[in-house]
Structure formats: structure tokens, C-alpha cells
Unconditional design. Structure first.
Length: 284
């Protein structure tokens, strides 16, 4: 049975899942609970296990241990299509879009509306344009030309197309893989607004990032991964921003490095490097 929170069943829950690749432990004992209309930020440095967890949640990998439940029912996904059929949509960094094709064609890529019959069946451009324009408007974007090539859009706008597409096709859980990593401050803020829009429509969002400054304003809960294990799941009341940054940036490890460098060398250059590393961890 799935545990209920305030009388509601989690839309997605994993309990003590682990994933091994030979002798390599990619994930071990990871547990998450995600409620409808909630944004969970999944944070961690490179190599923390974020990518493996994403692929496990989205049906690319099957966990070797533990339970995976969707709306309280145990599931065993054989492919990403199985996960998508259960309402779990993943938007990867490459967005799975064709830059030279228009917004509406990318919006319906693989699920095109058609008109006509038999050999006369063709892509229904008029209907596709109308739906794409309407769904983008729900995300707060007024597109003038739905046939405009996606490659001419900004990074934030391309993210909005991917998010709107997932919501339109019935996503209950939206997994976003580092959607702000290659964006400037303004475009990253735009993507965060789209995430808030999706949340307001009742969609549960898992926002993967290594940037706590992007996570903290939008997140309802924060799960921190380190070397394939979770350091815990926290709310803003549980985890102040400064403590989140310290946990993510390995503050204790950088302090140990600073002491080691000071102990074994009098070279001011190395000492200055240690100071800069410590300052960068605090400013991260």
C-alpha cells in the first residue's frame, strides 16, 4: 500500500531502490515521494547519481532492488514508452526537437493529428497550429507563428515548447533534466515560471539541477544526492539556502583540502588556490 499524505496518494513513489552496473553501485537505497502539484528539486554534483535515477524513473533502467509505485500501484517499466503511458514524461537536455521544423510539428512529433482517409491521410496543419498556439498560451507565451522553426527560438522558449507538449499529452509527472544549465539568468527565470505554470495545473515536477540558486525559489521539497545515496529530502523550513549550498558543494571536503595544502606547502599560490576554492563553495 502507498503511504498517504494529507489523505492524498503520492503520484510517484520509490522505496529503497538500488541500481548496479556490474560491481559499480550507481544508486543505493534511494527513496522519494512526490505529490500532485508539487515541485521536487533533485540536486547533486556530477557523479552523484542523478542521471541514473532519472533513467530509472523514466523507464530506461529497471531498479535491481526496491519498489516503484505510480498512484499507489507497483509498476515495472520495460521502456520509456511504458512510463509515458503512465503519465511520466521526461524532458532531457537535448529536448528531442528538430531545429529546422516548426513549433507545431515539433509539438506533435510522433503523435501527429491527421485529416483525410487512407492514402489521402495527411498532417492536419491547421488543427496542430491551433492547439500549439492554445497550449503555449496556457504557459504564458503568445506565439505569432506556430510554423516558426524551433531553432530560431531562445533556449528558454524551446524549453517551454517541451514542457507544454508534455502537459498537453497528459503528463502527471514531469521530469526536467537540467533545464536551466545552459541558459542565462533571464532565460533561466523564464523556465522557472513555466515550471510554476505546470505546477499550478496539478502536474508534479522533478527538477534536476546542480544549481541551488535555481532550485530554491521554485522547489517545494529538495532531495540531495551524493555518490548514489540520498542525504535526505527537505523542505525550506528544514533546510536554509546556505546549508543546502554547503551540503551540495562539499564544504567539509574543501575545508580539509585547504588544511592539507597549508600543511604540505608554503607556496602562497597553492594557499591562495585553497582560499579561492573555499570562497567559491560559499558563493555557489
Amino acid at each position: 500500500m502507498a503511504a498517504k499524505t494529507n489523505g492524498k496518494t503520492p503520484v510517484l513513489e520509490v522505496r529503497e531502490i538500488s541500481k548496479f552496473f556490474g560491481s559499480v553501485i550507481a544508486l543505493q537505497g534511494v527513496s522519494l515521494t512526490l505529490m500532485p502539484g508539487e515541485v521536487m528539486c533533485l540536486l547533486g554534483d556530477n557523479g552523484a547519481g542523478k542521471s541514473t535515477l532519472i533513467k530509472t524513473l523514466s523507464g530506461v533502467h529497471r531498479p535491481d532492488e526496491g519498489e516503484y509505485l505510480v498512484e499507489g500501484a507497483p509498476v515495472h517499466f520495460e521502456s520509456p514508452r511504458d512510463a509515458l503511458n503512465k503519465g511520466i514524461a521526461t524532458v532531457y537536455q537535448d529536448l528531442a526537437m528538430i531545429p529546422l521544423m516548426g513549433i507545431s510539428r515539433n509539438f506533435f512529433l510522433g503523435s501527429e493529428p491527421t485529416t483525410g482517409w487512407w492514402v489521402f491521410k495527411r498532417f492536419d496543419m491547421k488543427r496542430a497550429n491551433a492547439i500549439a498556439r492554445e497550449e503555449m498560451a496556457k504557459m504564458g507565451i503568445d506565439i505569432r507563428d506556430p510554423e516558426q522553426a524551433v531553432g530560431t527560438l531562445s533556449g528558454g522558449e524551446r524549453q517551454s515548447v517541451a514542457i507544454a507538449r508534455a502537459v498537453y499529452f497528459g503528463a502527471k509527472v514531469l521530469i526536467l533534466d537540467e533545464p536551466t544549465s545552459a541558459l542565462g539568468v533571464k532565460q533561466a527565470g523564464t523556465v522557472l515560471r513555466y515550471i510554476a505554470k505546470a505546477r499550478s495545473q496539478g502536474v508534479a515536477v522533478i527538477f534536476i539541477t546542480h544549481n541551488p540558486h535555481h532550485a530554491y525559489p521554485i522547489g517545494d521539497k529538495f532531495t540531495i544526492l551524493k555518490r548514489g545515496r540520498t542525504l535526505g529530502t527537505f523542505t525550506k523550513d528544514d533546510l536554509p539556502r546556505d546549508e543546502m549550498i554547503r551540503m551540495m558543494s562539499g564544504g567539509e571536503e574543501l575545508e580539509a583540502l585547504e588544511h592539507e595544502l597549508r600543511e604540505f606547502t608554503d607556496d602562497s599560490t597553492l594557499a591562495d588556490m585553497a582560499n579561492r576554492l573555499h570562497q567559491e563553495s560559499e558563493a555557489f
